[in-house]
Every structure is written in structure tokens, then in C-alpha cells.
Ligand binder design. Structure first.
Ligand code: 8OZ
Length: 362
């Protein structure tokens, strides 16, 4: 029987086990939106994960939406990430970087020259972001012109190249949680006409072109994608009018690329796995995808073990449990108790609630 603790090769990346550290925004980047020494230590501590998906990192200055998130566009950022990947590799771990563009979930104070955030639409969502002034409503976005999309896709390509130069084993394209790519996918957000709006094929076009560029640049065996078909964030992010048909199509389009993995958030991100009155058939997506199947959202040890044993997934991602348990793999293996999460230390700050969670005694 397959176990959570068995090794697996996904694309070009060989993993020691099937336990994945989910990408987690922690807002601890230092000057120049670089990972600092504490971030090196944080990931080093968690290197026994089969795979670390390092936190969402903006592909360009315009891709940022929150204070103190790291980037992967400058030479200095690449050098700083190299410290992280070297530390994880020295411990025998594997690490990919999540490539992020927030689209309209941003505030002008975070953007170059106070620019408006960019999106598929010029409609502002009822959403908040975190800036130097604290939590504030997001700024009114500007709809990207079709002729701006090639350079946006180039930003993804360059970010993927930078990630490899920084020593990452690959990248995950963030197409979830209603950031830019999902702002194109969902018909409740995308109000464009032309080649990137309207039909499902048109709304999926940006994602597919980004995947094309990234896989050309670094290889499909080093590329994954993250999706969140049923996330509403408490209705601030409306679902597509037909999430199942949309995602069946998206996965059919992704299938031929030979991606290393597809990462699906089941249900509400960070919330219920089974939103009431909103059924979704994740197996229908799984059946359409030939690569490694990575699932996430509120998995208990029992559910994780059963899901792997049943062949319903190849890998399980854990988010919050990895924040508070650097040695989560050992704790799961030994069915040891878990440390409690200090929720007030999730975003921003220093070592507290970041690198100071205790390991089990040797
Ligand atoms: C929490 C806070 C800010 C951003 C996501 C990148 O939801 C995020 C994020 C999470 O994917």
C-alpha cells in the first residue's frame, strides 16, 4: 500500500516523501523585498518536507499586493533566495518557488510611482490588503490592454528563469486564490471582450500562455500549477458561474504539457473543505491530469494517509501545521502531538512565531 512517507519522483524532481509544505505568505521580507537570514533559517528548519513550495513571490514590482512579500525579479532577490535554496539542499530537501501576480488585490502605495493595480477588469473588489498603514481597502484597478499581455507573460518567464538561477528545483505558477490569473479565469470577474475574455477558452488563455512560456524556459518537469476552483474568501471573490466546466477545460489544456504537478485547494482556502450547497468533483480533474496530483486544505493525518493509500492523490500539502511544526514529517510519522499555531504571528514581525517553534526532542 502506498504511504505518505514513500519517496516519489514528480517530473524532474525526486522527493523523499509525499508531504509538501504549502506556500505560505509570512510578510517577513527585508529591504528590497528579499528573503533575509530568518527566512533562510525558517526554510532550513522545514527541509524534511518532501517538497517545500516557498511562499508566493511577486514576478515584478507591479505584481505585489501586500507589504513585505518577497520578489524574484531583481539580482539582489535572486542572490538572497540562493541562500535559502542552498540551506534546504544542504539538509537534503527540495524547494520550488511560487510565482505570483496579485492583479487587482493591491494598493497603489505598494506599486511603482503609486500606480493603479492591474487586472482583467477595472472593477474593484470588496477586499482588503495590508500596507504600511495597516489593513486598507484595495485600490481601484486598471484593466490591462491586450497588447500589454505579452510583456506580462515575459515577466513570468523571467521570474521562472530567475528561480532556477536562484537554485530552486522548479516553480509553481499561482493560478489560485483570486489573484491575477484567476481574475482572468472567472467569468464573474473577467468582463473583457477580445481574445482574453468571454468564452472559457479565452479566459483560460492567459494561464495557458504563462504555462507555455514558463515550461519553454525551465522545462515542464520543473513546473507546477496551483488552482482553487471553489474559493470565495467569504464572498469577496465570487466563484465562476460554472466552476466545474471551467476547471475541466483548464485541466484538459494543462494535461499535454507534462507538468511536474497540479496543486488543487479543495473547498474554501483555509476554511471548509465542503462548502454547503457547492459540490465540486475534484476527481473529474484528477482523471484528466497525467502528472502528480497534489491536494491541500485542512488534511488531518488520518485523511492524508487514507487519501494516499486510496490513490486519490500522490502528495498532500500542509500549511498551518508546517508553520508551527518545523519537524512535521517526523511528528506525522510518529503520530506525535503538534505544536499550537500562534495566529497573531502569521504575518509580519520577526523570529517569534516564525523560527522559534520547538522540534521534538532528539
Ligand atoms: C495570505 C495572506 C496574503 C496572501 C494566497 C498568497 O492566499 C496568498 C496570501 C495568503 O495565495
Amino acid at each position: 500500500m502506498r504511504s505518505l512517507f514513500d519517496p516519489i519522483k514528480i517530473g524532474d524532481i525526486a522527493l523523499a516523501n509525499r508531504i509538501v509544505m504549502a506556500p505560505l505568505t509570512r510578510n517577513r521580507a527585508i529591504e528590497g523585498n528579499k528573503p533575509g537570514p530568518l527566512t533562510v533559517e525558517y526554510y532550513r528548519q522545514r527541509a524534511t518536507a518532501g517538497l517545500i513550495i516557498a511562499e508566493a513571490s511577486q514576478i515584478s514590482p507591479m505584481a505585489q499586493g501586500y507589504l513585505d512579500t518577497p520578489g524574484i525579479y531583481s539580482t539582489e532577490q535572486v542572490a538572497a533566495w540562493r541562500e535559502v535554496t542552498d540551506a534546504v539542499h544542504a539538509e537534503g530537501g527540495r524547494i520550488v518557488l511560487q510565482l505570483w501576480h496579485v492583479g487587482r488585490i493591491s494598493h497603489s502605495s505598494l506599486l511603482p510611482d503609486g500606480a493603479a493595480p492591474v487586472s482583467s477588469t477595472s472593477r474593484r473588489p470588496e477586499a482588503m490588503t495590508f500596507t504600511r498603514e495597516g489593513f486598507v481597502p484595495v485600490s481601484e484597478p486598471r484593466a490591462l490592454r491586450d497588447d500589454e499581455l505579452p510583456s506580462l507573460i515575459e515577466d513570468y518567464r523571467r521570474a521562472a528563469r530567475n528561480a532556477i538561477v536562484a537554485g530552486f528545483d522548479g516553480v509553481e505558477i499561482h493560478a489560485a486564490n483570486t489573484y491575477l490569473i484567476e481574475q482572468f479565469l472567472r467569468d464573474t470577474i473577467n468582463d473583457r471582450s477580445g481574445p482574453y475574455g468571454g468564452s472559457i477558452a479565452n479566459r483560460a488563455r492567459l494561464l495557458i500562455e504563462v504555462v507555455q512560456a514558463v515550461t519553454e524556459e525551465i522545462g515542464a518537469g520543473r513546473t507546477g500549477v496551483r488552482l482553487s476552483p471553489m474559493t470565495t474568501f467569504g464572498n469577496t471573490a465570487p466563484l465562476d458561474s460554472d466552476p466545474q466546466t471551467l476547471h475541466n477545460y483548464v485541466v484538459e489544456q494543462l494535461a499535454p504539457f507534462g507538468l511536474a504537478f497540479l496543486h488543487v485547494i479543495e473547498g474554501e482556502t483555509g476554511g471548509t473543505r465542503t462548502p454547503e450547497g457547492k459540490p465540486f468533483d475534484y476527481e473529474a480533474l484528477h482523471h484528466r491530469f497525467p502528472g502528480a496530483w497534489l491536494v491541500n486544505n485542512g488534511y488531518s493525518l488520518e485523511l492524508a494517509k487514507q487519501t494516499i493509500a486510496d490513490g486519490k492523490a500522490d502528495l498532500i500539502a500542509f500549511g498551518r501545521p508546517f508553520i508551527s511544526n518545523p519537524d512535521l514529517v517526523r511528528r506525522l510519522r510518529e503520530a506525535a502531538p503538534l505544536n499550537e499555531l500562534r495566529a497573531d504571528k502569521l504575518y509580519g514581525g520577526g523570529a517569534e512565531g516564525y523560527t522559534d517553534y520547538p522540534f521534538l526532542p532528539a
